[in-house]
Write a protein that binds this ligand. Structure first.
Ligand SMILES: Nc1ncnc2c1ncn2[C@@H]1O[C@H](COP(=O)(O)OP(=O)(O)OP(=O)(O)O)[C@@H](O)[C@H]1O
Length: 842
């Protein structure tokens, strides 16, 4: 939930907010939005320049009784977020939303019968903040509203549906904010039709207003009655019908139907019927599919004027400056200049419902909208990108973060679509291919395209080829990791009609995420992790933080040493070593396959050697990596491997069912989510009662606890509950564990203190993923010994880890199985001071 006010006086708080709403003066003339970093946690930090919100509108006291005047005995607990004075609607029980008049945060009751529809609507108009099992939190921002209008929602519809869903009337301040943010956004589109560029809008007055701007009107093209360019000026706009998208089919939806699919369809219909009845009952037809409904109505008219191709960039820039950013849409079906690409999904390829939903946001009106699709790790972003390419059917450029990903994309194109191998070209430092024919696919890396340093002759020739032609589709993988300036270079050097960004975690520690909105387009869709897990598309994961006490000797040194040595001391803590050994043994006995992650290479090697397990880090040769990974996949004796951060992304090991993290890089929320992604794709995710496990081992009372809390935040916001394990049963009395005696512990301490400074650094991985996935499954399969992989049967209690471990919970529960463990009760009192602070802050 959003921060609970800390007792500041309302007067002081309001003055702070006034600051947020004040349009910052021209400190940065070029930026399209203003950022007030002192007020990071507030809504409306980003204010479109035209948005001229009246701060006094947010002074809630004019609505009724302010909290200062309230004398009841609970209001003070909620501080400035006590909204009991808001008038509840008489049928509020059947409405699932609360809207804060002060900061636009929206709280959704996840247990409401119409929560699913409400969720669809909220994802379209606001940013999800936190989505645990029962209560979800969203926030309205200028960008989220920009995204809403870009997928076809209209201002009044947004307000009306919010009002229908809300338990209280939508506050005036929020209505006003929505109006101001949607006033100009999404009203103007840049469309390429029959190879001519048009500025298009359903609002002729908006186009007339734009044409009054000399920069824009200078780029306008006039045509005579023979459709030839003329200098004769003609004031009228072209009028045409709005495209309906009716006859557009996204491949992979109807194909490959079997009995199971029919059954699902039947269930869907039943659910649909049930939903319709609920809608009737609650009178809250959400209306986000209004666009589709409109298809049945008479086609709406759109107005447009043509602009010169070489003026597109200038006009786009000008429109951004005057707060009328042009949405980019590609009318690919009417593009007759760029040759078509013969590509379709294979008949056996069936895309999943959430993949279809995300694509329908992109192709909702029969054209391709540029924007970003956010799906959890392992949920199949690649297939979404491939399906989009199969829909557009024009030349396509795919950019990824590493050469390993390039090969994976190529392999996936061949796996899911009917594209021929000679129609796909790979452009990396090792391979510079061309596709045969007029149209094709090129897969490359961001650095190959954006790096302007001296290129080899071949690379330069390839770049000339990429820059000299028009691309129907630009697919951008892992958009959250690529620096904004790299994007800028890519987007300006490559002429592409439609751009699609893919990511799992739209979070960056550098808060640069907003750049993506303007460089690629708005977020079109964001899936809910818990929903996908509950439907079996990604694995259910039990997350736990294991608190390992420091031995007195290690702790004494920890308090004395400098930061780098400190890190090594808490990573090499003998108790952590033992916990790691204990968990490996426990999960190996259950038949799990375990990946142990360590960012610190020194620790990685020490742990792996001591526990006699194979390890891979940046310095491991390619052959050795493949050998280790193949053994892990197919050899029943190799059930645990140690990986440095080279394995964070793109490693596809669906056999892995358990992750143990012994050292991590500070507080990166993204890294934590990516690591979790390694087990979300677990092959066995649909087995009854199956759970994957994610353990983070932290040394108690050290800085590591702070970082760990920070890292988990993204996953907690997706609904994961991290349990705290304070005691691994039987660990203290187990004589087989390493570093049992004081002498052994002291020897370890000595070796840590003698370690070179140079060894203490985390691995510097430039290539984001260079472990690679094993694509040569046929070779590997030969070595496999079927039936030998042992998986012991366990009780559900054991599956929940309840046999040997004591849990306590400090985060919101997701209704997970750990929470039901009777040992939980009462344990939650035992919060570490760091967590207490965290909880209070929450
Ligand atoms: N519709 C589908 N039908 C069957 N399998 C699918 C489908 N969509 C995705 N998959 C499979 O799911 C797995 C994960 O897909 P993919 O690698 O594209 O995930 P991702 O979202 O890119 O993950 P990450 O962000 O971790 O790289 C792959 O093995 C892929 O083949």
């Amino acid at each position: 939930m959003s921060s609970i006010a800390n007792g500041q006086s309302r007067k002081r708080k309001m003055s702070g907010e006034n600051k947020v709403f004040l349009k910052a003066e021209s400190s940065d003339e070029d930026s399209d939005v203003q950022l007030d970093s002192t007020l990071q946690n507030k809504l409306y930090v980003l204010v479109p320049r035209h948005a001229n919100l009246d701060p006094s509108a947010l002074n809630t006291s004019h609505h009724g009784v302010g909290i200062d005047q309230k004398n009841d005995f609970v209001s003070h607990i909620f501080g400035n977020e006590d909204y009991t004075w808001l008038p509840l609607k008489s049928d509020h029980d059947s409405r699932p939303l609360w809207i804060s008049p002060e900061n636009g945060h929206i709280i959704l009751e996840g247990f409401s019968p119409i929560a699913e529809q409400a969720q669809d609507f909220l994802v379209a108009i606001s940013e999800p903040v936190s989505r645990p099992a029962h209560i979800h939190e969203y926030k309205l921002t200028p960008y989220s509203l920009y995204a809403a209008v870009s997928v076809g929602l209209e201002t009044e519809d947004i307000i009306e549906v919010l009002n229908r869903l809300s338990k209280v009337p939508v506050p005036d301040s929020i209505t006003q904010f929505i109006r101001q943010c949607t006033l100009s956004y999404g009203k103007v589109k840049l469309v390429l039709k029959h190879n001519r560029y048009y500025v298009e809008s359903a609002h002729p007055e908006t186009l007339q207003m734009l044409l009054k701007d000399s920069n824009i009107s200078a780029g306008r093209v006039y045509r005579d009655e023979n459709d030839q360019p003329t200098t004769e000026e003609n004031a009228s706009l072209t009028v045409s019908s709005k495209p309906t998208g009716k006859d557009l089919t996204i491949p992979g939806i109807q194909k490959g139907k079997d009995a199971k699919v029919d059954e699902i369809d039947k269930k869907k219909q039943e659910l649909e019927q049930q939903r319709k009845e609920e809608d009737k009952l609650f009178g809250a037809v959400v209306g986000i599919d209004k666009e589709d409904e409109e298809d049945d109505d008479e086609a709406e008219q759109v107005h447009s004027f043509e602009i010169q191709a070489d003026q597109v960039e200038n006009i786009k820039k000008r429109c951004n400056e005057i707060d009328y950013p042009m949405l980019e849409e590609y009318d690919f079906r009417n593009d007759t200049t760029n040759p078509n690409l013969e590509i379709d999904l294979k008949p056996i390829t069936v895309i999943r419902p959430y993949q279809e939903k995300s694509l329908s946001k992109m192709f909702g009106n029969g054209r391709a909208r540029s924007g970003i699709i956010v799906l959890p790790c392992g949920a199949g972003k690649t297939l979404v990108g491939i399906t989009a390419a199969c829909t557009i059917k024009k030349s396509c450029l795919v950019l990824c973060t590493s050469s390993v990903s390039v090969m994976q994309w190529k392999q996936q194109f061949l796996q899911w679509s009917n594209i021929k191998e000679n129609q796909i070209a790979v452009f990396t430092s090792d391979q510079k291919e061309r596709f045969s024919g007029d149209a094709g696919i090129v897969i490359s890396t961001y650095s190959m395209v954006a790096n302007k340093r001296k290129r080899s002759y071949d690379a330069q020739k390839m770049m000339d080829f990429l820059e000299s032609r028009e691309w129907g589709f630009l697919l951008l993988d892992e958009v959250h990791v690529v620096p904004a300036n790299m994007f800028r270079t890519v987007v300006t050097t490559i002429a592409a009609h439609a751009k699609l960004g893919l990511t799992a975690t739209l979070v960056r520690e550098d808060e640069k995420i907003d750049d993506l909105n303007f460089l690629i387009g708005p977020k079109l869709y964001e899936a809910n992790w818990m929903d996908l897990a509950s439907k079996g598309h990604i694995a259910n994961v039990q997350c736990a933080e294991v608190w390992c006490p420091m031995t007195p000797e290690f702790y004494a040194e920890y308090l004395l040493e400098n930061t780098r040595k400190r890190t090594l001391l808490y990573v090499m803590n003998p108790k952590k070593f033992q916990a790691c050994q204990y968990l490996i043994r426990y999960h190996e006995e259950r038949g799990d396959k375990i990946i142990v992650f360590s960012d610190n290479v020194h620790a990685l090697v020490e742990y792996a050697k001591k526990l006699q397990k194979p390890y891979i880090y940046g310095g491991t040769g390619q052959q050795e990596r493949m050998r280790i990974l193949q053994n892990f996949q197919y050899n029943p004796i190799v059930n645990t491997i140690f990986l440095s951060k080279v394995g964070d992304t793109s490693i596809d090991l669906p056999e892995a069912t358990c992750l143990i993290q012994i050292s991590s890089h500070y507080g990166s929320r993204r890294q934590e989510a990516q690591r979790l992604g390694r087990i979300l794709r677990a092959k066995r995710r649909n087995d009854e009662g199956f759970n994957a496990f994610f353990y983070s081992l932290v040394s108690k009372d050290t800085q590591e606890m702070y970082y760990s809390t920070k890292r988990q935040q993204f996953l907690i916001d997706q609904g994961y509950a991290f349990k705290v394990i304070t005691n691994l049963e039987g660990m203290d009395s187990d004589p087989t564990l390493v570093f049992k005696t004081k002498n052994e512990q002291m020897d370890l301490l000595k070796s840590v203190l003698l370690t070179n400074e140079a060894d203490l650094k985390d691995e510097d991985v430039r290539e984001l993923d260079d472990v690679g996935r094993i694509t040569d499954r046929k070779v590997a399969a030969k070595n496999r010994m079927p039936g030998l992989v042992k998986r012991s049967t366990t009780t559900s209690k054991s599956l929940a880890g309840g046999d040997n471990m004591a849990y306590m919970e400090y985060s919101r529960t997701s209704g997970g199985q750990f929470a039901k463990n009777p040992r939980n009760s009462g344990a939650s009192k035992e919060h570490h001071s760091l967590f207490k602070k965290h909880l209070k802050r929450k």
